[in-house]
Design a protein around this ligand. Structure first.
Ligand code: F6P
Length: 328
């Protein structure tokens, strides 16, 4: 594709928010100003693009946002953008503002939108991986994943205190939708008795045997991490099944939920978001379109969006092995 002259870039965040999205927006906008580009904020993701909720940004908009969780551009999951009519409206609004390129920060659904839009209207777009789930290929870590894991671990540490005081068995459900990355990371980091992830089906008998063997080894508390959306069921469903095998256990369930999506980004996420924000602008200026910028082995890498969303990022089998050794 030939190199287009880019003067005005629209930035949006879409899908589930993630800590570090603000840092990524700020980096992209700062980089745009550095290269004398006009930068536009598209509010509420693709929904705002359809409803023309688009404003030119100045440096005041991005002051003191780097350290804040959430996204000041707000986020949404847009059903209308999935339709050709919705995308047509969005395109017209972009043209009204003279926006000639996009930086889309979000997960796989958001990047799919950017890809479709590029296919249909030729609007150059660079995607940034913004999701706590870490389920995108083309980057070692997504923006927000590290913060979410730290938040989960902090919460589980607190659960551990009370679990130990009462010799209880806790099932803690973490986010991740169809991906077990948060569960594995938080599970290893909080000395979990077992980790159940959506990618694998763990027979209830196997889990029960593990818990029995830990009781023999005189472990005073047991915490089982369950990733939501798993084949084995929700944390509550698994807890109910386990209760039938281990009726003497005092079992509790905690769902961490959306608290994992909030909070100030960690230093890792701030650095990742900052590097990728700059890379997005420079990528567009160099003619890298329809790609996602990610960090692999500390280096910026541009991966075609289709590849980043279609190639399933696999959980690291070695992490599961380590988790198993450490929980016996
Ligand atoms: O994709 C990020 C994520 O937090 C998932 O882990 C979770 O399943 C989903 O979003 C929750 O979405 P919502 O905020 O729309 O309930």
């Amino acid at each position: 594709m030939e190199l287009k002259t880019i003067k005005k870039i629209g930035v949006l965040t879409s899908g589930g928010d993630a800590p570090g999205m603000n840092a990524a927006i700020r980096a992209a906008v700062r980089a745009g100003f550095y290269y004398n580009l006009e930068m536009y904020g598209i509010y509420r993701g693709y929904e705002g693009m359809i409803q023309n909720d688009i404003k030119k940004l100045d440096s005041k908009n991005i002051t003191h946002v780097l350290e804040r969780g959430g996204t000041f551009l707000k986020s949404a999951r847009s059903e209308e953008f999935r339709t050709p009519e919705g995308r047509k409206k969005a395109y017209k609004n972009l043209k009204t503002h003279g926006i000639d390129a996009l930086i889309v920060i979000g997960g796989d659904g958001s990047l799919t939108g950017a890809h479709l839009f590029f296919q249909e209207y030729g609007i150059p777009a660079v995607g940034l991986p913004g999701t706590i789930d870490n389920d995108l290929s083309g980057t070692d870590s997504t923006i927000g994943f590290d913060t979410a894991c730290n938040t989960a671990i902090e919460a589980i540490d607190k659960i551990r205190d009370t679990a130990t005081s009462h010799d209880r068995l806790f099932f803690v459900e973490v986010m991740g939708r169809d991906a077990g990355f948060i569960a594995i990371n938080a599970g290893i980091g909080s000395a979990a008795a077992a980790i159940l992830i959506p990618e694998n089906k763990t027979p209830i008998e196997t889990l029960v045997e593990k818990l029995k063997s830990r009781t023999k080894a005189m472990k005073t508390s047991n915490i089982v991490i369950v990733a939501e959306g798993g084949k084995s069921g929700s944390a509550q469903e698994i807890a109910d099944k386990v209760k039938k095998f281990l009726p003497y256990y005092d079992i509790k369930v905690t769902i961490l939920g959306h608290l994992q999506r909030g909070g100030a980004p960690t230093s890792f996420d701030r650095l990742l978001a900052s590097k990728l924000g700059v890379a997005a602008v420079e990528g567009l200026m160099q003619g890298k379109y329809d790609v996602m910028a990610g960090l692999i082995n500390h280096k910026v890498v541009f991966t075609p969006i289709v590849k980043a969303i279609v190639d399933d990022k696999k959980v690291d089998e070695d992490d599961l092995r380590v988790a198993n050794i450490l929980s016996t």
